[in-house]
Design a protein around this ligand. Structure first.
Ligand code: ATP
Ligand code: MG
Length: 265
């Protein structure tokens, strides 16, 4: 069996591959030492492939051989395979990996080029949510956020134009958190705050994707990373913002496993 591992800042993504069979699994990165023990004891005859920020740490503690890949190369290999399996036909696109932080890339038939990164990512979603509301867990954050309403928190274009003719759609965000008034913190609703936090991250990665795609002459913007997982508030905002610009958002199923799958290729 081949075992591809993308050891990221927050989550370990693991792909167990036997012939055409693939099993995917996630664990918190804080469990890294127990995963290393497991590999050292129960997987001595398997082929181990590592990538991600914590790959070198894993490799230094493994007592069996492991092949290391550069994260951006492994992710691109895996992403291309997943996209092919899911029937995507285009070759020229931009992609954003919304992990703990966000990394963005331009891709065509010659390969990928990392265009940049942003500290606004899944770690921001978790950290700001915890600080503002005390809700700690990702699944709780995304399900509470669904019932929120960010009208009282985010300043919309229509708030500023106040009924007068606007050059932009009125419900676009003019300023994330910009509608919070003095004293509002006293009775702010948790669901609303969580929705605003997710929107801040979603709108940021939408805008980055749109600018990147415009500069690269493509309409295809691909999103991967565990931050998107079952995260309806986030994916709805990405889809709406990107489509409003006449571009095409694509959220890849199992996209967060691109690095783990690609490491083993
Ligand atoms: P990086 O690539 O930046 O080193 P990573 O590879 O660990 O980080 P991902 O796994 O793609 O990043 O995404 C991590 C984000 O996914 C978290 O910050 C959080 O927003 C979200 N997330 C989804 N599921 C979970 C979970 N079960 N536990 C913690 N975070 C989760
Ligand atoms: Mg990652």
């Amino acid at each position: 069996m081949k075992i591809g591992i993308d050891a990221g800042g927050t989550l370990l993504k693991i792909a167990y591959i036997t012939g055409d069979e693939r099993r995917l699994e996630k664990r918190p990165s804080t469990d890294i030492d127990s995963l290393i023990d497991e590999l050292n004891t129960s997987h001595r005859d398997d082929d181990i492939y590592l990538t991600g920020g914590k790959a070198e740490y894993m490799s230094s503690r493994l007592t069996i051989p492991a092949v290391l890949s550069i994260e951006f190369d492994a992710t691109f290999r895996g992403l291309k395979l997943l996209m092919k399996e899911q029937g995507f036909k285009f070759n020229k696109f931009v992609y954003l990996n919304v992990g703990t932080g966000t990394s963005f890339h331009q891709a065509d038939s010659d390969g990928q080029r990392r265009a940049g990164g942003s500290g606004v990512g899944g770690g921001t979603l978790m950290g700001l949510s915890r600080l503002l509301t005390g809700v700690e867990n990702f699944d709780d954050i995304i399900s509470l956020a669904k019932n929120g309403n960010r009208d009282q928190i985010d300043l919309k274009v229509h708030h500023i134009y106040a009924g007068n003719k606007s050059p932009l759609p009125g419900d676009l965000t003019a300023s994330n958190f910009g509608n919070v008034q003095p004293g509002d913190h006293k009775d702010a609703n948790i669901e609303d705050q969580l929705q605003s936090v997710i929107a801040l991250v979603a709108e940021t990665v939408s805008t980055i994707g749109i600018s990147l795609a415009e500069g690269f002459n493509t309409e295809h913007i691909v999103y991967i990373g565990s931050t998107l997982l079952d995260n309806d508030v986030m994916t709805e905002i990405i889809n709406r913002y990107v489509r409003l610009k006449g571009m095409r958002p694509h959220i890849i199923v199992d996209g967060e496993f691109s690095g783990a799958v690609g490491a083993a290729m």
